[in-house]
Write a protein of this length. Structure first.
Ligand code: SF4
Ligand code: SF4
Length: 283
């Protein structure tokens, strides 16, 4: 089973929900797909056992063979190529490694060379009750813009037989879609403020287009207004859990600790949410 955790905007508590859920479900694994700014490791403190670099193939032009026909530029939908008089410029930061330019070059003047875009680190975190949590995250190299290929590489570590918790990037753009695609269920984390509601509505639109079942967790639920609840009721969206503002939670977060470490009774609440999702009791 794949459960992704997403939010229309950053700072709503997405990673808090992802890490605490992962710690509460026996034999789960967490995949941090927020590869531009992964931070689940801060809370889970995994022992990293393996680091694997991730590459994408980018074009290399053979100037002897190239006749400047411009076909490669035409087929590149990512604008990663420019054809000047007798030269082809490759903007490798824009290249998605799709291979179209090499495939269509009539002169066979394009070969592909590997470019490292980031690294995947895997390991284990000890849970507070002595269990093991499988940990996987991707870290995009500084200056790289292409996170989807790295996200796809992280998702190759999904265990089809187990429970996989995906921490998606915030927002509603391509990296989010790449992260949540293929999920059995998505938890949208929001907060009851006008900004939170605005971004929740955008995220709901994306998930409905992707036809992924979803529910909402309202963080800091006792602050703000009732409009998020009203919206969920009107749209027939299940509110799976409410996490009120508590000093202990805020203090734990600032020390890089999870809720279930400082308030162990939350483990049952996260477990209950998981069971509700698993058993299909969501709307
Ligand atoms: S398609 Fe091939 S031959 Fe034509 S401009 Fe591009 S690299 Fe040169
Ligand atoms: S591999 Fe794809 S994205 Fe990269 S330059 Fe060629 S056509 Fe463009």
């Amino acid at each position: 089973m794949i459960i992704s955790i997403a939010s229309g905007k950053g700072g709503t508590g997405k990673t808090t929900v992802a890490t605490n859920l992962a710690l509460s479900v026996p034999h789960a694994r967490i995949l941090d797909c927020d590869v531009e700014e992964p931070n689940a490791h801060i809370f889970l403190k995994p022992e990293i056992k393996e680091k694997v670099p991730v590459f994408i193939p980018v074009p290399k032009i053979d100037k002897e063979r190239c006749n400047g026909c411009g076909r490669c530029k035409e087929v590149c939908v990512y604008n990663a190529l420019a054809v000047l008089k007798n030269d082809v410029l490759v903007f490798s930061e824009l290249c998605h490694g799709c291979g179209a330019c090499a495939y269509f070059c009539p002169q066979k003047a394009i070969t592909e060379v590997n470019k490292e875009i980031g690294v995947i680190e895997t390991g284990n975190s000890r849970t507070s009750w002595g269990g093991d949590l499988e940990f996987i995250h991707g870290k995009l190299n500084i200056g790289q813009a292409m996170s989807p290929p790295l996200i796809r590489a992280v998702k190759k570590y999904i265990d089809p037989a187990g429970v996989n918790i995906i921490d998606a990037p915030p927002g509603t753009s391509c990296p989010v879609i790449e992260s949540v695609k293929g999920s059995d269920f998505c938890i949208l984390v929001t907060e009851p403020t006008p900004f939170g509601l605005n971004d929740l509505i955008l995220a709901v639109e994306v998930l409905r287009k992707l036809t992924i079942p979803f529910g909402v967790v309202i963080n800091r639920s006792d602050l703000g207004d009732r409009k998020t609840d009203d919206y969920c009721r009107k749209e027939n969206i299940a509110v799976l859990m409410r996490i009120p503002f508590e000093k202990e939670i805020a203090a734990a977060y600032s020390r890089g600790m999870t809720i279930v470490e400082v308030l162990p009774h939350y483990r049952e609440r996260f477990q209950a949410m998981f069971e509700m999702i698993r058993d299909g009791k969501k709307k």
